[in-house]
Write a protein that binds this ligand. Structure first.
Ligand SMILES: [Fe+2]
Length: 284
C-alpha cells in the first residue's frame, strides 16, 4: 500500500513540475486517498516515515515524509476533511519551487551549502507559491501556506518575517514536519540523526522557530521515542516503538523479537520494572 502511494506521489509530482496539464481533481483525489489510508492505520504510516528505505526515492523523502506527518498531525488536531485536503496539498507541494531553481541539480549536490546556493534557495517558497496560484490555480490559502512554510514563530523566518498566529496554520504544521524529516534524513550537506534527537531539537526550538502548541501535539502524536524508532531497554532487549502511551510519553509500547523468534509487545506503562535506557539506530 505504501509503495503504491509513493509511486503515485512521484509521478504526480513530476507531472506538476514538468507542467503536464495536471487536473486539480487528480491532485485532490491523490491527497484524499492518502488521508483515508493514513487515518485507517496511522501508526504504520508513522513507522514508515522513520523506516521506509527505497533507493528510488532518495532525495524525495521530504516529499513523502513531510506529507504523511502533516496529514497525521492535521488528523490529531481534528482539522475538518476540507482543511485536511488543503493541508495535504500544501505539504505535498511546499518545496515544488526547489525543482524550478536555475541550478537545481548542483544545489541538491552542494555539500557545502555556500552563500550563492543559500541565496537561490530562499526564493523557493515564492516559486512554489507561483506554481500553485498561477499554474494549478488552487485555493488562495493553499498558495499562502506554501509561501509561508519557512516563516518562524518568532518572526525570524522568510520571506515576510511573519510571526505567531499570523503565520498560516498549514505553514506552521509543515514547518515542523519538514524540519523533523530533514533532521532524520541524509542530505548531501549533512548526516542524519535518530528520531529521539530530532524530537529533542524540535522541543529546543519550540516558541522560537515553531508554534509551541503544535510542537506539543506533534510529540503527543509521535512520542518522545518516535513511533518506528529503536530503543535499548533495561532488561537488555532491543525493541521497536509501535505506539505511544499518552499518559507517559517515556513509556511507549515496544515490539521485541525474542530468541524463539516470536514477537512480543511490551507495554512499558504496565511493565513498571522495565524502562527505556536509550534510543539507538536501527543498525545497532
Ligand atoms: Fe522549503
Amino acid at each position: 500500500m505504501f509503495d503504491g502511494t509513493v509511486i503515485d506521489a512521484l509521478s504526480l509530482y513530476r507531472d506538476i513540475i514538468d507542467k503536464k496539464n495536471v487536473e486539480n481533481d487528480r491532485i485532490v483525489n491523490f491527497v484524499s486517498t492518502s488521508i483515508n489510508k493514513i487515518k485507517s492505520d496511522t501508526n504504520t504510516w508513522l513507522d514508515n516515515v522513520l523506516n521506509y528505505k527505497v533507493s528510488m526515492h532518495v532525495g524525495n523523502t521530504s516529499l513523502i515524509n513531510s506529507f504523511i506527518l502533516s496529514i497525521a498531525l492535521g488528523i490529531k488536531i481534528n482539522l475538518s476533511y476540507e482543511n485536511l485536503i488543503k493541508l495535504g496539498i500544501s505539504s505535498f507541494l511546499h518545496d515544488s519551487g526547489m525543482e524550478r531553481l536555475p541550478d537545481v541539480l548542483s544545489i541538491k549536490n552542494d555539500s557545502t551549502l555556500g552563500e550563492a546556493t543559500k541565496k537561490q534557495i530562499v526564493n523557493h517558497p515564492i516559486i512554489s507559491f507561483k506554481i500553485i496560484k498561477n499554474e494549478l490555480r488552487l485555493a488562495t490559502d493553499v498558495a499562502g501556506a506554501v509561501l509561508s512554510h519557512h516563516e518562524q514563530w518568532d518572526g525570524s523566518g522568510y520571506p515576510h518575517h511573519l510571526s505567531g498566529n499570523n503565520i498560516n496554520i498549514y505553514s506552521r504544521i509543515i514547518s515542523i514536519t519538514d524540519s523533523f524529516d530533514s533532521m532524520i534524513s541524509y542530505r548531501s550537506y549533512k548526516s542524519k540523526i535518530i528520531g529521539y534527537k530530532a524530537i529533542k531539537q524540535l522541543l529546543e526550538n519550540s516558541s522560537t522557530q515553531f508554534d509551541p502548541s503544535l510542537i506539543s501535539e506533534f510529540i503527543h502524536m509521535l512520542g518522545v521515542f518516535p513511533i518506528g524508532s529503536y530503543v535499548a531497554m533495561k532488561d537488555n532487549r532491543i525493541g521497536k516503538v509501535i505506539d505511544i502511551n499518552s499518559e507517559n510519553l517515556l513509556r511507549p509500547k515496544v515490539l521485541v523479537s525474542n530468541i524463539n523468534g516470536l514477537d512480543e509487545i511490551i507495554d512499558l506503562s504496565i511493565d513498571k520494572d522495565n524502562y527505556i535506557l536509550k534510543a539507538i539506530t536501527g543498525e545497532e
